[in-house]
Design a protein around this ligand. Structure first.
Ligand code: 5AD
Ligand code: SF4
Length: 437
C-alpha cells in the first residue's frame, strides 16, 4: 500500500490559466494526496472547467453525466468542480448534479483544504465562490520539471463585449513583485529552462501596485535574478502594447521572440462593437514596430468569425488582416453567445452556415500561410528545448524553438528537458521536422 496516501485525479479543461490552477490544486493537497491519471479509481476527482465558449461548457455538462456513473461504481470518491463554470453556476451544479460534493470558484482555490476537511466532518456539499482570497503564494505541484507557468495577474478589466472572463475571473489584480520574484528564483535554482508568465492582460501588469512596477520592468527584474534561459508570456492586449514593451522584447536576453497578440477581427466597425479599443491600423502599426525591433519574431493570434452583425465586408477585412499578418498560427473561433456579456444583447446573429463558411475560409488561408512560413525554416539550424519522446516512433523526439514552433526530430539520445541543436529538413502546417546536429 502507499502509506495511507490517497489518489487525486484532476481533469483540466480550457486555457493555461486552468492548467496553472490545476497544478496549484495538486500542490495544496500534496500532504495527503498523490496525483494519478486514473480518474475511475481516484479517491478525489477534481474537474477544472472552462466557460469561454458554449462548446467548452457542453463538454463539461456531458462529462458530469459520465461522472455520475463513475460515482455509482466508486461510492467513496469525492467529486469537486472547479474553474469558470463552478464560479458562474455553483448553485445550479449542486442542484442538478447532487453527486458533486465540492464546488469552488476561480478565486477560492486556496479554500480547498478547509472545504475538504469540512466535507469529511459533515458529509454535506461545500460551495465557495467568494472573492476574498489573497493573491500571493502558490504551493505548486508542477507536471513538468523544466517548463513552468507563473501567475502574475488575475482577472480582467477590459470587458470585450463577447467575453465571459471578467465575470468568471473577476477584476484585474496584479500579484506583488516580490512574490513573483521569489517563485522565479526557486524555479531558477531548481534548473527550470522555460517560464511562461500568465495573465489575462499582462500588458497592464502593475497598475494597482504601489509603487507601480510595469510589465517591462517586471520582466527586466525577472531576467536579472534568474538563470532561466527562456521567458515567455500570455496574453498581450494590442491596445496596451507599449513602446517600452517593444524595447523589452528587444533588450531582455531571456525573452523569447514570439508573441501571442490576438487581433479578434480585421474590421474597425466590429472591433469597436467588440470594445477592443484599437483599430486594424493601430494593430499593424504595433506589429511593424515589433518586427523592426525583433526581426525574427513570430506572431500568433486569436480570431473570431461570425460576431453579431458581421457583414461580408467586415469578414473580408478580417480575411485581409490574416493575409497581411502572416501569423505562425491562429486560434480560430466562431462567435459564441455568453451569459453576462454585452454582445448577448446584439440581435443580428450571423446565420450558422455563413459563420461556418467564414470559419473554413480563414482556416484554409491560415493553413497555407503556416505552411509557407514553416518552409522558410528548412536548412536552418535552431535551438530546441526538448519536451520529450514523440509518438512517431523510436528515436523520435519533440521540442520547441525559441519562437515556440514545434519541431519533431530524430536523435540517438533522450535529451528531454535540455537544449539541443536541430537542422530543419521539412516545414509542415503545424510543425517542423529535423535532425539533431
Ligand atoms: N465567442 C468566441 N470566441 C471567444 N473568445 C472569447 N470569448 C469568445 C466568444 N464568446 C475567444 C477570443 C479570446 C480567446 C481566448 O477565446 O478569441 O481571445
Ligand atoms: Fe476576455 Fe478581452 Fe479580457 Fe481577453 S482581454 S479575457 S478577450 S475581456
Amino acid at each position: 500500500m502507499n502509506n495511507g496516501r490517497k489518489k487525486l485525479a484532476i481533469v483540466t479543461l480550457g486555457c493555461q490559466m486552468n492548467k496553472h490552477d490545476s497544478e496549484w490544486i495538486a500542490g495544496l493537497l500534496s500532504d495527503k494526496y498523490d496525483l494519478s491519471d486514473d480518474s475511475e479509481n481516484a479517491d478525489f476527482l477534481v474537474v477544472n472547467t472552462c466557460a469561454v465558449r458554449e462548446k467548452a461548457e457542453q463538454k463539461f455538462f456531458s462529462l458530469i453525466g459520465r461522472l455520475k456513473a463513475l460515482k455509482k461504481q466508486n461510492r467513496k470518491m469525492i467529486l469537486a468542480v472547479a474553474g469558470c463554470i463552478a464560479q458562474e453556476w455553483a448553485e445550479e451544479i449542486i442542484e442538478k448534479a447532487p453527486d458533486v460534493d465540492l464546488v469552488f470558484g476561480t478565486r477560492s482555490i486556496d479554500k480547498l483544504p478547509l472545504m475538504l476537511e469540512k466535507f469529511g466532518e459533515t458529509g454535506l456539499p461545500q460551495v465557495d465562490t467568494s472573492d476574498d482570497s489573497v493573491y500571493d503564494r502558490f504551493p505548486m505541484r508542477r507536471v513538468s520539471k523544466f517548463t513552468a507557468w507563473v501567475s502574475i495577474m488575475r482577472g480582467c478589466d477590459n470587458h470585450c463585449s463577447y467575453c465571459i472572463v471578467p465575470m468568471v475571473r473577476g477584476g484585474e489584480q496584479s500579484r506583488p513583485v516580490d512574490s513573483i520574484l521569489e517563485e522565479i528564483k526557486e524555479l531558477s535554482e531548481k534548473g527550470y529552462k522555460e517560464v511562461t508568465l500568465l495573465g489575462q492582460n499582462v500588458n497592464s501588469y502593475g497598475m494597482g501596485l504601489s509603487p507601480v512596477v510595469d510589465f517591462p520592468e517586471l520582466m527586466a527584474r525577472i531576467d536579472a535574478i534568474s538563470s532561466i534561459p527562456r521567458l515567455r508570456f500570455v496574453t498581450s492586449h494590442p491596445k496596451d502594447l507599449s513602446d517600452r514593451l517593444v524595447s523589452a522584447m528587444r533588450d531582455i536576453p531571456s525573452l523569447c521572440p514570439s508573441l501571442h497578440l490576438p487581433i479578434q477581427s480585421g474590421s474597425d466597425r466590429i472591433l469597436k462593437i467588440m470594445n477592443r479599443g484599437y483599430t486594424a491600423d493601430h494593430y499593424f502599426a504595433r506589429v511593424e514596430k515589433l518586427k523592426e525591433a525583433v526581426p525574427d519574431i513570430t506572431l500568433t493570434s486569436d480570431v473570431i468569425v461570425g460576431f453579431p452583425g458581421e457583414t461580408d465586408e467586415d469578414f473580408e477585412a478580417t480575411h485581409q488582416a490574416i493575409k497581411r499578418a502572416r501569423y505562425d498560427n491562429i486560434f480560430l473561433f466562431k462567435y459564441s453567445p455568453r451569459p453576462g456579456s454585452k454582445a448577448l444583447n446584439l440581435k443580428e446573429m450571423v446565420d450558422p452556415v455563413t459563420a461556418q463558411e467564414r470559419f473554413d475560409i480563414i482556416l484554409e488561408e491560415q493553413k497555407e500561410i503556416s505552411f509557407q512560413n514553416h518552409k522558410t525554416w528548412v536548412g536552418k539550424e535552431v535551438s530546441i528545448l526538448v519536451d520529450g519522446a514523440s509518438k512517431r516512433g523510436e528515436n523520435s523526439y519533440a521540442g520547441r524553438t525559441d519562437q515556440n514552433i514545434v519541431v519533431n526530430f530524430s536523435s540517438q539520445k533522450d535529451n528531454s528537458g535540455n537544449f539541443t541543436r536541430v537542422m530543419i529538413t521539412e516545414g509542415k502546417r503545424h510543425s517542423l521536422t529535423g535532425v539533431e546536429v
